[in-house]
Ligand binder design. Structure first.
Ligand code: ADP
Ligand code: MG
Length: 151
């Protein structure tokens, strides 16, 4: 397993990078986002949504856990922060095996439900505008995606 890192210096740069990733994704792909509150997980998801041609404004699903958006592929945006102390399964597999792109903030809280093949993204807050973004592909498909993304 290999790791890849980039740095962004503005919100726009993060959005653009996420947008570039989105066009490399295929139906059923699961992308997990880790990082502290304010790191940029929802911002990164907005970039993915842009790349998928989602027209609606993407907002944090913290209180709803899952929000669905219509794009060139459906986007399922989850924020599972509220499931930290729960092992509730709210039907994740239907989403993970589905025909859309799943983006999961705080995914380690639902580790037991995550598919093995996934793209893990860790966002580190460096300073007010600077973020370090690490990509950890799991599986051959995501290795290819990341190689393409970094080239
Ligand atoms: P999270 O979902 O991880 O809690 P958000 O995406 O909601 O984080 O918030 C990230 C905040 O950081 C936003 O207010 C965004 O404008 C700001 N920000 C500043 N610089 C960056 C950057 N380089 N990349 C992403 N977000 C940034
Ligand atoms: Mg968020």
């Amino acid at each position: 397993m290999s790791a890849y890192k980039i740095e962004t210096h503005t919100e726009l740069e993060t959005l653009k990078f996420a947008q570039k990733l989105a066009v490399l994704l295929k139906p059923g792909d699961v992308v997990t986002l880790e990082g502290d509150l304010g790191a940029g997980k929802t911002t990164f998801t907005k970039g993915i949504a842009n790349g998928l041609g989602v027209k609606r404004n993407v907002t944090s699903p913290t209180f709803t856990i899952i929000k669905e958006y219509e794009g060139e592929l459906p986007l399922y945006h989850m924020d599972v922060y509220r499931l930290e102390h729960s092992d509730e399964d709210i039907g994740f597999e239907e989403y993970f095996k589905g025909d859309g792109i799943c983006v999961v903030e705080w995914a380690h809280f639902i580790e037991e439900f995550l598919p093995e093949e996934r793209l893990t993204i860790k966002i580190n807050y460096i300073d007010e505008h600077k973020r370090e973004i690490e990509f950890i592909p799991n599986g051959a498909h995501f290795e290819l995606v990341i190689n393409e993304l970094m080239s």
